[in-house]
Write a protein that binds this ligand. Structure first.
Ligand code: ADP
Length: 401
């Protein structure tokens, strides 16, 4: 009987899942799927590795009140028909915040779960849903090991200076430091890079993960040296709905002069800002690109202006730039955004091949560019699956359960 690993990435309005066969050397999913629009009108879709649709809309009998737990229950009753006699040996979860507790994939126990719960205020948009998925799975598969893989872990190679705020030492000692996120995506790109740029992968590289959430990571020797997100996933780049870096004086002003509550400010900074706030139209880059509204254009321009500025700061942390990689929904798919960002980086030797950029080729820099510019699809699920495989293999008690 062959063995499989299930990966879950549970967000506020979506649940992505993938199934990986455990015994093969290839680390590609045999089933991938997602449930979107949770809390509104849940939509389900799943595909096999050949791209064949395995299911679509079947969970749409769920309504807006369906919780993450309901959704996971339905997924876990739908899945066995495609697993045949494959045995589920581990379930891996993407967990956004591991704080200073966890720097590598970790077997979930009650104790681990309790520690992760204390980090909810640091990632209110993601952590509660990540943990809800773990709890929901426990009800169905209490005998299958669950493994938490952290978005913060990849950045634990950073020097102390890169992680410090200029706050009193006592607060840094308490753990109010920069953690960084999107680590699973960066880990995947770091592993894929040598096959595209050879030895240059070990050089000075910036990866721009531009999805709904967005950050950049400066790497040297494929290890994180500095990153744009900080204590929470609010810092750094402008995002779909999040403001990114903001003068903290603005927060004080909103409290003191406008009388806003912490809940109102949290909603403003996490859900009403970014592309959505500046455009007044949408958090979706594709919608803004298709719009003629000048506010949509300004939102895109600000997004790219700020991205180029953040990137220039990160280059200092690694002393120059050999390669720039765009990934995630916007990074992989938006030629106009890549162009607007790169046009601001000509002074550092970045030159795009416009034709290659327009068709979304892997290498999009021109021959005259001293920096290799690439678009690479990310695959956070495969990083989670690989970690599960490693942990189960090193822990025979769990694999025999
Ligand atoms: P998440 O962080 O939720 O995983 P994704 O990585 O899927 O997000 O990125 C979502 C973003 O990617 C959205 O803003 C979407 O508009 C954008 N996007 C996807 N395809 C395109 C495209 N062809 N052109 C421009 N933007 C795109």
């Amino acid at each position: 009987m062959s063995e499989v690993i299930l990966t879950l990435n549970s967000g506020s309005s979506s649940l992505k899942f993938a199934v990986f066969e455990s015994g093969t050397s290839k680390n590609t999913a045999s089933i991938t799927g997602k449930i979107t629009e949770i809390g509104r009108a849940p939509q389900f879709s799943a595909r096999g590795s050949d791209g064949d649709m395995l299911g679509k809309g079947e969970l749409s009998n769920l309504n807006a009140t369906a919780s993450h737990e309901d959704i996971i229950a339905l997924l876990l009753t739908w899945l066995p028909q495609y697993l045949g006699n494959h045995r589920l040996i581990a379930i891996g979860h993407r967990v956004v915040h591991g704080g200073s507790f966890f720097s590598k994939p970790t077997l979930v126990t009650n104790e681990v779960l309790e520690k992760l719960e204390t980090l909810i205020p640091l990632a209110p948009l993601h952590q509660p849903h990540n943990l809800a998925a773990i709890r929901a799975v426990t009800k169905w598969h209490s005998d299958v090991p669950q493994i938490a893989c952290f978005d913060t872990a990849f950045h634990r190679t950073q020097d102390r200076l890169a992680s410090l705020f200029a706050l009193p030492r006592s607060l840094s000692n308490e753990g109010i430091v920069r953690y960084g996120f999107h680590g699973l995506s960066y880990e995947y790109i770091a592993s894929a890079l040598p096959q595209h740029i050879g030895a240059a992968a070990e050089g000075r590289v910036i990866v721009a993960h531009l999805g709904n959430g967005a950050s950049m990571c400066a790497m040297s020797n494929r290890k994180s040296v500095a990153t744009s997100m900080g204590f929470t996933a609010l810092d750094g780049l402008m995002m779909g709905q999040r403001c990114g870096s903001l003068d903290p004086g603005v927060v004080l002003y909103l409290m003191q002069s406008k009388g806003m509550s912490t809940d109102q400010i949290e909603d403003l900074l996490y859900r009403q800002s970014g592309l959505l706030g500046v455009s007044g139209i949408s958090n979706d880059m594709q919608v803004l690109q298709d719009s003629n509204d000048p506010h949509a254009r300004e939102a895109i321009d600000l997004y790219c202006f700020r991205a180029a500025n953040v990137l220039a700061g990160l280059v200092t942390a690694i002393g120059g730039l050999d390669a720039l990689v765009f990934t995630a929904g916007i990074g992989e798919n938006s030629a106009p955004v890549r162009k607007l960002i790169c046009d601001r980086l000509v002074w550092m030797g970045v030159h795009l091949d416009d034709e290659a950029n327009d068709i979304g080729a892997i290498k999009i820099s021109s021959d005259q560019s001293s920096v290799s510019v690439l678009t690479l699809p990310t695959d956070e699920e495969s990083v989670v699956a690989k970690a599960c495989r490693g942990l189960v293999a090193s822990n025979p008690i769990n694999s025999q359960k």
